[in-house]
Design a protein around this ligand. Structure first.
Ligand SMILES: C[S@@+](CC[C@H](N)C(=O)[O-])C[C@H]1O[C@@H](n2cnc3c(N)ncnc32)[C@H](O)[C@@H]1O
Length: 216
């Protein structure tokens, strides 16, 4: 796997760096749902799989899945998040996980080199999500999987669209792309993905989606 990482800090990194320590200590909103998602993802992984995670945060998910795969490259724009993730990996003695500071926009991965890409609670933070999906599709082997979890805020809080510009400028919230699940489905399809599984455990929670990469 060849990867080229960012040289300039990402404009959103400051927000995530500032909250990294707190984020690491914060319990997940619904532990039962989180564990169910982990178990579903585990069921798709094979010991030979090369996995990329984008927006990995403090690495909990990457470290959970690493024993089920050959290698996990877990990436995030926040040096604070990656520092915590690396410390956890070192303390637990992982040898098949690399944590790197990288924006999904700058990440260069050899085309057709990955079996699985994980994208949890990140797609709604990307302004060019449709383009990113095209890029992720190109990184996957034919039949490879994109496994994501995404709050489709446009479905339950469309008014957030008007709050985001001021909130993110004041640094009290990250920039959020307010889109609906139907839009995400369209972008996935247009990028060449075929839906395999979709699970929506709670009305305001994220959609867990497993999508297969069809040949380009
Ligand atoms: C809501 S957190 C989710 C973290 C983790 N995936 C989880 O489920 O707990 C979003 C993460 O995405 C990262 N992020 C935001 N924009 C990004 C980008 N353009 N490329 C890569 N990571 C990004 C943030 O630094 C943050 O750690």
């Amino acid at each position: 796997m060849t990867a080229l990482y960012q040289t300039q800090p990402h404009p959103e990194a400051r927000f995530w760096d500032r909250i990294a320590e707190r984020y690491a200590k914060k319990p997940v909103p619904d532990q039962q749902v989180y564990e169910a998602k982990l178990a579903k993802t585990d069921s798709y992984l094979k010991p030979t799989d090369r996995v990329l995670e984008i927006g990995c945060g403090t690495g909990t998910t990457a470290l959970h899945h690493a024993p089920k795969a050959a290698h996990v490259l877990a990436t995030d724009i926040s040096t604070g998040m990656i520092k915590i993730a690396r410390a956890k990996a070192k303390a637990a003695g992982f040898t098949n996980v690399d944590f790197e500071v990288a924006s999904v926009d700058d990440l260069k991965v050899a085309p057709g080199s990955l079996d699985v890409i994980l994208a949890h609670s990140i797609l709604h933070l990307l302004p060019d999500v449709d383009q990113v999906l095209v890029k992720l599709h190109a990184m996957l082997k034919p039949g490879g999987l994109l496994i994501s979890s995404t709050p489709c805020v446009g479905d339950f809080m469309p008014v957030l669209r008007y709050v985001v510009p001021l909130g993110s400028r004041l640094g009290v919230m990250p920039w959020v792309n307010v889109f609906r699940k139907a839009e995400l489905d369209d972008w996935l399809r247009e990028a060449g993905f075929v839906a395999k599984e979709s699970w929506h455990p709670s009305p305001k929670g994220g959609f867990y989606i497993v999508a297969g990469a069809s040949p380009a």
